[in-house]
Design a protein around this ligand. Structure first.
Ligand SMILES: *[C@@H]1O[C@H](CO)[C@@H](O)[C@H](O)[C@H]1NC(C)=O
Ligand SMILES: *[C@@H]1O[C@H](CO)[C@@H](O)[C@H](O)[C@H]1NC(C)=O
Ligand SMILES: *[C@@H]1O[C@H](CO)[C@@H](O)[C@H](O)[C@H]1NC(C)=O
Length: 631
């Protein structure tokens, strides 16, 4: 009856124990088989404690196996003073007393009353008393002891953190960690193998294996190819009792996906692609699409296309459609069937992200042949020059040739062309065009001062087939001819104040001319030749297109004379030069008090003639008109 589990604790228990329980053949005896007891001892490593505490007093712990439905005696209390005449009454109190455990008050035998569950409650702390049945005096001091519920394997291991999902790159080396599965077992991990778990693979071999103790799943197959199989369901089983028969087990599924690596290069679907495009296709027109396939996905399937050929490179460009990964061939330069009818190119597709761990560099590139046929289209005529600009003098005679336009049908049939002037661009019908040879002539006399430019639209039209036409603008600049007489810039009304000194400026003059000489205007001012000898006024040309009327004497009075007429000649610098004469009326004014002539020459006249201002204005108007006519 060795191998009691040691109970350490309270001094009161210590004192009691000396009398109450004895070893060997202790009165608190274990009713279980010795075999089970030894196993328990080993599991708990209690031999060491046992040895150490032997010197003091020793207590036996009581054990009861869990899940045992049969009530049974598990131990006995006995006092030294118990002589067997039933004078001592044993009393049990504490956890489960009377409910789970009961004591025979005469014999001290302790028995279970019901099935116990270790996973619910692993031990019970109880108190024992021995009292004199007659006197109710304690025979022994109260003592405390423990009943331990002993584990049996009654719990199934459970996987934690389900579901398990994992992904690993395809082509990864053997031994790559995939996932770790973990199971727990509610049984006592310290007792036997009830909670000792072992993992194994039920499904997923030979690609995967599991570490029996840790539950770590690793790959066990070389070259797992995503393009062949993308997903695996690995079923792992866990067993308690170290996997020995009779234990419990459960299983879980780990979903393993292979992620893509770049282990495929592009491959063109066709060795030859042929496309046709009309010669008049606009730049940017899609000529065709080519496609290189790549078994990979995402970034590993991305590719860039390029074109090779002599002229072809610049005539066409290729771009990658970001959605379909197709190569889209676009027109980059105008085509001309009459110049080049066929283009032969090599197209290349290269993976954007090469990975030489899986393929050699060359395997990430593929080539194919692309032919583009140019289709002939009926095209409108083309002018030899995109724009025409001509000049002619404004005095050019009707019938004068201005210039010739020329257009050609670039198509192989080379249709004849007819020319015409767009009437909306030549509203005055100033020009004519020869419909056959495009020669433009003057149809009406021109005037630069009316229209300095004639921007005429000329149309060229094919006479047969689709009557295609195109047009060009002819800019005709009309050059200046000196055909306008210069005039004084405005209707001057000069006056001279009484008391003006000889040499004083009376009026500054300037002139205008509608002509537009290339070198600019230059006006000359002078007296009329036959009236050059004038004792009263002179004209001083300032050599800057202005001239001054200057008084020659100091004795002008209204009493003497109120008005003088002065003809002025203005000449331009044309070749030949043109000139005009204007006669100015110079009034004499009192200019009192401030030296001004408030109403110009009018006031002076009114005073001297004694007529109303209105009448005077009328007369003045007639005079001005007359002067205008004379000039
Ligand atoms: C164009 O044709 C007209 C006859 O319609 C002829 O007088 C003229 O000289 C020709 N011009 C040219 C440049 O051939
Ligand atoms: C004709 O073209 C010329 C040169 O481009 C321009 O200066 C002028 O204003 C145009 N005239 C008309 C009437 O369009
Ligand atoms: C100059 O003034 C005098 C005096 O008023 C006049 O008689 C003469 O006709 C004037 N000469 C001219 C050319 O105006």
């Amino acid at each position: 009856m060795y191998g009691w589990t040691v109970k350490m604790g309270m001094p009161s228990v210590l004192a009691v124990a000396m009398v109450f329980f004895m070893i060997p053949g202790g009165v608190l005896s274990d009713m279980r088989g010795t075999q089970g007891l030894e196993a328990q001892q080993l599991a708990q490593g209690s031999t060491h404690l046992h040895r150490r505490l032997k010197r003091g007093w020793i207590w036996k712990q009581l054990f009861v196996p869990e899940e045992d439905p049969t009530p049974r005696v598990i131990g006995q209390l006995k006092s030294d003073s118990d002589q067997g005449e039933s004078s001592i009454k044993y009393i049990l109190s504490g956890e489960g007393a009377g409910d789970v455990f009961e004591i025979n008050e005469y014999t001290g035998e302790i028995r279970t009353l019901k099935k116990l569950d270790r996973e619910e409650k692993a031990f019970y702390v109880l108190q024992a008393q021995a009292i004199n049945r007659w006197s109710n005096e304690p025979e022994e001091p109260q003592s405390e002891f423990i009943i331990t519920v002993q584990d049996i394997n009654d719990n199934v291991p459970q996987f934690q953190n389900e579901p398990y999902v994992s992904s690993i790159p395809e082509m990864c080396p053997i031994g790559t960690t995939v996932a770790q599965v973990t199971a727990t077992d509610a049984d006592d991990p310290m007792f036997g193998n009830n909670a000792k778990l072992i993992y194994s693979i039920l499904q997923g071999e030979p690609y995967f294996s599991v570490e029996p103790k840790t539950g770590i799943i690793v790959t066990s197959w070389q070259n797992m190819d995503r393009e062949a199989r993308e997903q695996y369901q690995v079923v792992v089983q866990v067993k308690d009792m170290l996997g020995l028969s009779g234990g419990y087990s459960s299983s879980t599924t780990v979903t393993v996906s292979l992620t893509d690596v770049n282990d495929n290069g592009p491959t063109f679907q066709q060795h030859l692609y042929t496309f046709a495009v009309p010669e008049n296709a606009a730049i940017g027109t899609t000529v065709g699409r080519i496609m290189a396939e790549d078994g990979d996905t995402g970034i590993n399937a991305k590719m860039t296309y390029s074109l090779e050929g002599e002229l072809e490179e610049s005539t066409f460009i290729i771009k990658t459609d970001p959605v379909t990964q197709e190569g889209v061939i676009l027109l980059a330069k105008p085509l001309d069937f009459e110049v080049k009818r066929r283009f032969d190119m090599t197209a290349e597709a290269v993976n954007d992200h090469v990975d030489t761990r899986f393929l050699s560099l060359d395997d990430f590139t593929d080539r194919t042949t692309v032919k583009v046929i140019v289709k002939d289209e009926d095209e409108p005529p083309v002018f030899l020059s995109p724009v025409y600009e001509w000049k002619l003098p404004e005095n050019a005679a009707v019938g004068t040739v201005v210039g010739s336009v020329s257009a050609r049908d670039t198509d192989t049939v080379n249709n004849p062309i007819r020319y015409s002037v767009d009437k909306r661009s030549d509203t005055t019908k100033a020009f004519k065009i020869d419909p056959n040879n495009g020669t433009i002539t003057v149809a009406k006399s021109l005037d630069r001062e009316t229209a300095a430019w004639h921007n005429v639209t000329v149309e060229a039209k094919e006479t047969t087939q689709n009557h295609l036409s195109s047009s060009v603008v002819v800019f005709i600049k009309v050059l200046d001819i000196n055909d306008n007489v210069p005039r004084l810039a405005r209707d001057y009304q000069p006056y001279i104040c009484e008391g003006t000194q000889a040499g004083e400026l009376i009026q500054l003059l300037s002139a205008v001319d509608p002509d537009d000489p290339v070198e600019g205007h230059h006006f000359y001012f002078s007296m009329v030749p036959e009236k050059r000898i004038n004792p009263n006024f002179t004209i001083r040309d300032n050599q800057d297109n202005t001239a001054g009327i200057v008084a020659r004497r100091s004795t002008f009075t209204r009493k003497d004379r109120t008005q003088y007429l002065l003809p002025v000649v203005v000449a331009d610098s044309g070749s030949p030069a043109l000139s005009g004469t204007s006669t100015l009326t110079i009034s004499v004014c009192s200019c009192q008090p401030a030296g001004h002539c408030p109403t110009g020459g009018v006031e002076a006249l009114a005073l001297s003639m004694g007529v109303s201002l209105q009448t005077l204005l009328g007369i003045l108007f007639c005079l001005v008109t007359l002067t205008g006519l004379l000039s």
